[in-house]
Design a protein around this ligand. Structure first.
Ligand code: NAD
Ligand code: WQD
Length: 338
């Protein structure tokens, strides 16, 4: 299939490009580079062994810009990663988040429809479950109350896309709810490249390990978990990338709407991650216990059985590979792509 990949220069998009090509698909990337560096695409092309990945620096809110991309290419499907994702920033800048993520997706879907491309895979998030009613979380667990505008953009966009499919059943909409993506490509050439102070645990750990930051703050050790620190379902980004390839098969089967959790089904605490990182990589990660972070929940991990049953997909990498590959990327690229 020929796939439009929005946000393809970013962390998950760049890894997904490699797995798409490995499965025999081709891709065209649209990205405004607001949170990425085109060097990622040069390295992806190098890994795949092609001259270049076709790339348009276009904002998905730019209808004319998207129209011109669709005038040059006929797409079988779109994998839609483009979006802003910093939880804290979304609280400060709600309008910017609703505009970028929601208005952008509305423009994208309209242009797709104009060109008869009615297949989309959407990057959603475990955050739509809010404080989940059941653990492990299945897709039947009701969506919850989000604690920030970023989360609401995901929750609302799920509804928008389902309504679009309900109105016109030529659409296939696959909603993938990612848990906590970590790790990097095994080559060490591409990985997560956050701007400024990392919000997420793993890039913070790797920046402490490489000496860019003095110590990790562990946000709370009084949660009702096995060691008091927050428990999450970390998933290797290469496994997640392959989840998108599997989701294309659902589209080929005309699935209508499909909603899938993308996680491993295992919950690891903050200290489990720190300890695994230290043990596997042989580096120190000094840490200090800090107060809880507002909006955090104690435990969040999924039951990934539906994706296995219906997509034939399951995560293959474990915690050792996650911490090993995160560290390889950071060690070999201390300044990211700069
Ligand atoms: P990322 O920031 O690395 O990638 C997103 C890409 O989208 C960036 O390259 C950015 O430049 C681009 N982009 C943003 N707004 C755009 C716009 N208006 N027009 C064109 N391009 C635009 O983030 P990521 O971690 O790769 O996440 C990809 C998707 O997965 C996002 O939608 C994110 O919300 C979602 N997601 C991520 C996580 C996570 O923890 N990384 C978890 C759940 C869901
Ligand atoms: C993981 C654990 C923290 C940083 C967020 C978004 C979610 C999704 C994934 C996009 C928690 C603890 C963290 C630190 C810490 N993103 N922590 N010190 O909060 O599960 O999910 O990213 O869709 O929507 O909310 O991920 O990596 O921020 O935190 O102790 O410096 O690590 O308290 O227990 P989270 P995270």
């Amino acid at each position: 299939m020929k796939i439009l990949v929005t946000g393809g220069a970013g962390y998950i998009g760049s890894h997904t490009l490699i797995e798409l090509y490995a499965a025999g698909h081709t891709a065209v990337v649209v990205d405004n580079l607001s949170n990425s560096n085109p060097e990622s695409l040069r390295r992806v092309a190098e890994i795949i062994g092609v001259d270049e990945i076709p790339f348009y620096q276009v904002d998905i809110r730019d209808k004319a810009g998207l129209e011109s991309v669709f005038a040059e290419h006929t797409f079988d499907a779109c994998i839609h990663f483009a979006g802003l994702k910093a939880v804290g920033e979304s609280v400060e800048k709600p309008l910017e988040y609703y505009d970028n993520n929601i208005a952008g997706t509305l423009v994208l879907v309209e242009v797709m429809r104009n060109h008869g491309c009615k297949n989309i895979i959407f990057s959603s998030s475990a955050t739509v479950y809010g404080d989940p009613e059941e653990i492990p979380i299945t897709e039947n667990c009701p969506k919850g109350v989000c604690t920030n505008p970023y989360g609401w953009t995901k929750s609302m966009l799920e509804q928008v896309l389902m309504d679009v499919q309900k109105a016109d059943n030529e659409w296939n909409v696959v909603i993938l709810r990612y848990f906590n993506p970590v790790g990097a490509h095994l080559s060490g050439r591409i990985g997560e490249n956050p701007n400024g102070v990392p919000n997420n645990l793993m890039p913070y750990i790797t920046q402490v390990a490489v000496g860019k930051r003095a110590e990790l703050g562990v946000f709370g050790n009084d949660y009702p978990t096995h060691d008091g620190t927050g428990v999450r379902d970390y998933i290797h980004v290469v496994d997640l990338a392959n989840g998108h390839v599997a989701a294309l098969k659902a589209i080929e089967r005309n699935c209508g709407v499909g909603i899938y959790n993308m996680g491993t089904g295992h919950g690891y605490s903050v200290l489990d991650m720190v300890n695994a990182f230290v043990k596997v990589n042989g580096v120190e990660v000094p840490y200090n216990i800090k107060p809880r972070r507002t909006g955090d929940i104690a435990t969040c991990y999924c039951n990934p059985a539906k994706a296995k049953d219906e997509l034939g997909w399951e995560a293959k990498f474990g915690i050792e590979e996650m911490v090993r590959d995160s560290w390889r990327w950071q060690r070999e690229n201390p300044e990211g792509y700069d």
